[in-house]
Design a protein around this ligand. Sequence first.
Ligand code: S5P
Length: 259
Amino acid sequence: MKTHKRLSYTERAALCTNRMAQQLFSLLSEKETNLALSADVTSCGALLELADKLGPEICILKTHVDILTDFTVGATQELIKLARKHQFLIFEDRKFADIGNTVKHQYQGGIYHIADWADIVNAHSLPGPGVISGLAEAGLSKQRGLLLLAEMSSAGNLINSDYTQKTLRMAEQFPEFVLGFIAQKKIANDPWWLYMTPGVQLTEGKDTLGQHYVTPARAIQENESDIIIVGRGILQAKDPLVETKKYRQAGWDSYRSAL
Ligand code: S5P
């Protein structure tokens, strides 16, 4: 039986020093949604349509900019406008995983100029703290935030508990920039870290390529994560808006009943 009381998002916001974590915890609580949409579509039109239609229901829209076949900088400007209109943050799921100097270029330059439009990005801790330093050089002055991948949802991944704990130690060295983790469960007792969990659907299961799904209740209530990330559970539904509302409700109910 759990003896500790779960703190609310509002209480957690007050305990954060990281500005992005503060902003996001406040957003969760004010908008009453802990649902992140994984907008894994391949055209800018489809991305912007989803952002406009589902934007009111979500706290975060997660992109994979490199799967868009018709990327333009203009589309990212439109996305920013929709993020302001509907009050959600943009998270580019780039999973940086190289030496600091390289990731800095990948983050701020190239075709995508990710640092110009993504509030949040993520990185693997595998290369060591240099990956964070490199990203921080491009992101901190723009008041961006970073999530580290502390665990993955895919079967057979090589992350073990030692790697997860070392990832936490690495995050602790960059409190201004790292706001939390991509993980399947809470990994530390400090209340200021924010957790986002992918691999979520309304029923537990898997896909044909190793993805493993847990329910919103398992992610939020049992595993003490903060935000559920949902892609195909919504995108492949007959009516994505109806389905989004179901995930929003399930995520929020799980949070409320854990308090
Ligand atoms: O461990 C992970 C980390 C991430 S960020 N497992 C994941 O599935 N993801 C991402 O979450 C993945 O890249 C995809 O964009 C999304 C899950 O999509 P779904 O369609 O399986 O819900």
